[in-house]
Design a protein around this ligand. Structure first.
Ligand code: AP5
Ligand code: MG
Length: 222
């Protein structure tokens, strides 16, 4: 089985939802650049101030900022057995940077140890998913007011914390995020395909059906 997984797909396609399940199952870390950047914003770091100006406009945060965040994270010991990258790389330029970082770390190789999973879904269903998303600021569990509601409205099932809505989950910013995805991130589909590391997942199904299909892809992969 591969050791490094890259989850590739448009905003709201379910990457975070499935990554958490897989991270639990494989006992490897879920590395989500969006959450790492939001944490910096919340903590008021210098990096967070830069990131906020791009996230609010639905644009990609500059490569040097994201590369530093990822490199710091991949240096931690919990990555020695593998890891799941959710939302990184998000451009061909970032994929090239990841290759360099992985070569430097010398633990896993992009070409031989990595599987990129493409979440295939038409974008017209995604705005509704995004505007109805709520998440737990404490444990990170993701909900949806329509497709996956908490048992008690507005409170986390796991830790009873009041749920929050992401600032970029409004219709206007969501549209800008889709534009950025098409322009910058979609070319990674061909990039990973040519490298021979891409598998596709139909992400327009229920959360549990996608989870079953994801496990089949990952555990069948030699
Ligand atoms: P990020 O936080 O990564 O956002 P994103 O890519 O837009 O993806 P989302 O987190 O919105 O969606 P998801 O696919 O994880 O879906 P989820 O599982 O939550 O990035 C935010 C911003 O940070 C970017 O715009 C950028 O500015 C910056 N950034 C991040 N990484 C960067 C990078 N590498 N470089 C530069 N900038 C970067 O599901 C969504 C909703 O749908 C939930 O409510 C969920 O409950 C529901 N749902 C999930 N699956 C299903 C299903 N099968 N059926 C019905 N509902 C479902
Ligand atoms: Mg996410």
């Amino acid at each position: 089985m591969k050791k490094v997984f890259i989850f590739l797909g448009p905003p709201g396609s379910g990457k975070g939802t499935q990554t958490s399940r897989l991270a639990d199952k494989l006992s490897i870390p879920h590395i989500d650049t969006g959450s790492l950047l939001r944490k910096n914003i919340q903590d008021g770091t210098e990096l967070g101030v830069i990131a906020k100006s791009f996230i609010d406009k639905g644009q990609l945060v500059p490569l040097n900022v994201v590369s530093d965040v990822i490199k710091d994270r991949l240096l931690k010991d919990d990555c020695l057995n593998g890891y799941i990258l959710d939302g990184f790389p998000r451009s061909v330029e970032q994929a090239e940077a990841l290759k360099v970082i992985m070569d430097e770390l010398n633990t896993f190789s992009l070409k031989d140890d990595t599987l990129a999973i493409y979440f295939d879904i038409p974008t017209d269903v995604l705005v509704q998913r995004l505007v109805n998303r709520r998440s737990c600021p404490k444990c990170g569990t993701i909900y949806n007011l329509i497709s996956n509601p908490p048992k008690i409205m507005d409170y986390c099932d796991i830790c009873d914390t009041k749920l929050t809505q992401r600032k970029d989950d409004n219709e206007e910013t969501a549209r800008l995020r889709f534009e950025t995805y098409e322009k910058e991130t979609a070319p990674l589909y061909d990039y990973f395909k040519q490298m021979g590391i891409l598998k596709e997942l139909d992400a327009n199904k229920s959360i549990s059906e996608i989870w079953e299909n994801l496990k089949n892809i990952i555990f069948d992969e030699k």
